[in-house]
Every structure is written in structure tokens, then in C-alpha cells.
Design a protein around this ligand. Sequence first.
Ligand code: AMP
Length: 220
Amino acid sequence: MIILGAPGAGKGTQSDWLLNKWEIETIVVGQLLRNEIVKGSKLGQFAEKKMKAGELLADDIVLDLVQPEVEKLKDKDWILDGFPRKASQAVLLDKLLANDNESLNFVASLRVPDEVILKRIEERFIHLPSGRTYNLSFNPPKVAGKDDVTGEPLSQRPDDNATTFAARLKSFHEENDPLLAHYEGAVMKFEGKSSKEIWPKLEKAIEDRVIPQLEETVDL
Ligand code: AMP
């Protein structure tokens, strides 16, 4: 399945909750890029500049990163978070899945008002090595400033500052309508002001639509 939505709409949070409930894997494109930055690779250095500017990387660069991850999970159920982000990437994903004889079970679009997202972003903290995210109001860490699992320090993403975030949100609005049009008829929209408000709707839709499909696959 894929989860679409603005930066800060809670794609990562919903994915984490889905992972806790079902046996499913995630491919988080932003995290793959942040791993490259930590490694200091050439791609990481390039990605860091783009991320700081709030710009998207070229489709072929991101595809090179995503393709091996999707292929690694060929016989498993997965959530792709952060790809596709534009219609041209959706076309690339279609081709990739067709080559592997796979298809999407579910396309979710999270819809959260911009003003809510902007407020939330100020309160977003991340555990950089794992990508676990927290929100000080809705999903705080058990111990202030520390990751729940490792106890390591949390930080704010360098691209979560007001200027960069405005650029990311603008780029999202430019790309989102064509992207949703690509998935017209397949996409399910989930609205809410917080991840907790969206979660039960997403959970129910997956129970109703995806789980029966997976069970059918198992029966075959
Ligand atoms: P995210 O963690 O998903 O908000 O992504 C952080 C940054 O990584 C974005 O602002 C982009 O610079 C880059 N990025 C992530 N996913 C993509 C993508 N599908 N296409 C191009 N750039 C991406």
C-alpha cells in the first residue's frame, strides 16, 4: 500500500501504528535519504542540499533508492511512505510493480489542514537513526527528549524550520492534485486534525478492504 499526504500530515505515525498492528514492512523514502546523509555518501551530500532547500530530488535518483527496497520485500506486505510524491513517480512505480508482477492493494491519502500541520511541525521531534517520530502534544516520548526504544536523544529535523517547511508544503500542493488524479478511483481519503482522529478510519478501511484480499491470497 502507499500513503500519500503533505509533509507533516502523519504518514510516518500512521505507518508506525500499522506496523504495530499487522505484519507489514515499511519503506520510508525520507529515512533512506537521511541514512545516506548520516553515511556521508555522495547521494547523502546531494540529498542534504535538496532537503535543506525543501526541494524534491529527481525521479530517477529516488527510484534507484526505492526499487531495490521494493524488490527485497517482493513476497511481503509493505507500505511505501514518501513515494510517489508526484504523478511522474506514480508512473515509475506502476512500471516497477508491473515488472515484478505486483500491484497495490490500497492507496491512502491523508488530509490535514495546512494551519494544523504548521503548528504540528514545531512540535515534531525525531530519533534520527530509526526515523521514529514524536509530537509533543499528541504522541510525546515517555521521557522528555529521549527515544522510547533506545533512550537516545531526539532532535528536530533541519528541514522542519519555517522557511524550508513552507517550500515543502508549496511543492506538495503543486504536485498533489495530478498525483491523486493518477490514482483516481483507487485512492481513499482520510481527513482529520490529528493522527489519533485519522487512525480509526484508516484502521477500519484496512480491515474492510485489505485484510480480506490478503486472506484470499493466503487461501490460494
Ligand atoms: P520526508 O521525510 O518524506 O518529508 O522527505 C524529506 C525530503 O526528502 C523531502 O523534502 C525531499 O527533499 C526528499 N524526498 C523524499 N521523498 C522524495 C520523493 N519521492 N521524491 C523526491 N524527493 C523526495
